[in-house]
Design a protein around this ligand. Structure first.
Ligand SMILES: NC(=O)c1ccc[n+]([C@@H]2O[C@H](COP(=O)([O-])OP(=O)(O)OC[C@H]3O[C@@H](n4cnc5c(N)ncnc54)[C@H](O)[C@@H]3O)[C@@H](O)[C@H]2O)c1
Length: 247
């Protein structure tokens, strides 16, 4: 097992990609802090982790709020003593044309998707002290190529890709910082695409591997980057996208 004895916080992990990451990390031997803006479903994920023989804790946390983030790390330290791995997964997607985008919606997307990486990584580094650690953030192909009507989302994900490079420089050599850039993955976030048969056909046609991805396929890449198997990898964004950004 590649994460034996490690403790990981996964934000936004009550469902979707975050849940798959939490479960895959537990399979690889880590104890997991499940955290989300809503505690709905968190206990189910915790129970699944317990059946894998690992410890878990559910903490309610809005990642865009400093007080919540500080409390998340306080609760995690109280239960597990330390946190070795941070996965910045929580995120929201808004499809809004530029002229209809309000300042409030723009700020919300940037705060939840990008400011959260700053807040969580800052708390992570402070509690880690001089110990070794690893950060993996969930970016998107939308941070590499433009998607119409998604200005704040694209900007937030491009911000994660560059912040990952900056943090890798600033936090070396003790902390490795990487990101995963998913293509379209089947989760509650993309249900609206799956419901629209025409949109789905168009999206699948744009993916060289010819299908949407599964949350577990993202989770395996995150485990790799978080583990010692990636001991010489930092500052990278690994696109797990069926070939989308390579076209
Ligand atoms: N699904 C995709 O196709 C896709 C593609 C590229 C990137 N991503 C990214 O992957 C990550 C996970 O997305 P998903 O598809 O699993 O979506 P999802 O909507 O299923 O899950 C997102 C989770 O984040 C939580 N969350 C939302 N706002 C939060 C906040 N302020 N604080 C804490 N938690 C919050 C939600 O409650 C939910 O549990 C996101 O960062 C998303 O941008 C997803």
């Amino acid at each position: 097992m590649n994460l034996q004895g490690k403790v990981a916080i996964v934000t936004g992990s009550r469902r979707g990609i975050g849940k798959a990451i939490a479960i895959e990390m537990a399979r690889e031997g880590a104890d997991i802090v499940i955290s989300d803006i809503s505690l709905d479903e968190c206990n189910d994920v915790c129970n699944e982790i317990k059946t894998l023989g690992r410890r878990s804790l559910a903490v309610k946390c809005d990642v865009s709020k400093r007080k919540d983030v500080e409390n998340l790390f306080k609760q995690a330290k109280k239960k597990f003593g330390t946190v070795d791995i941070l996965v910045n997964n929580a995120g929201i997607y808004r499809v809004i044309p530029l002229t209809k985008m309000t300042e409030k919606e723009w700020d919300l997307v940037i705060d939840v998707n990008l400011k959260s990486v700053f807040l969580c990584t800052q708390s992570f580094v402070k509690q880690l002290g001089k110990k070794k650690g690893s950060v993996v953030s969930i970016a998107s192909i939308a941070g590499e190529v433009g998607f119409a009507n998604s200005s704040a989302y694209c900007a937030s994900k491009a911000g994660i890709i560059t912040l990952t490079k900056e943090l890798a420089m600033e936090l070396s050599p003790n902390i490795r910082v990487n990101a995963v850039g998913p293509g379209p993955i089947r989760t509650p976030m993309t249900k609206f695409i799956e419901k629209d048969k025409k949109a789905l056909k168009g999206i699948v046609a744009a993916i060289p591997l010819g299908r949407m991805g599964e949350p577990e396929e993202i989770a395996k890449a995150v485990v790799f980057l978080a583990s010692d198997n990636a001991s010489y990898v930092t500052g990278q964004t690994l696109f797990v996208d069926g070939g989308w950004v390579s076209q």
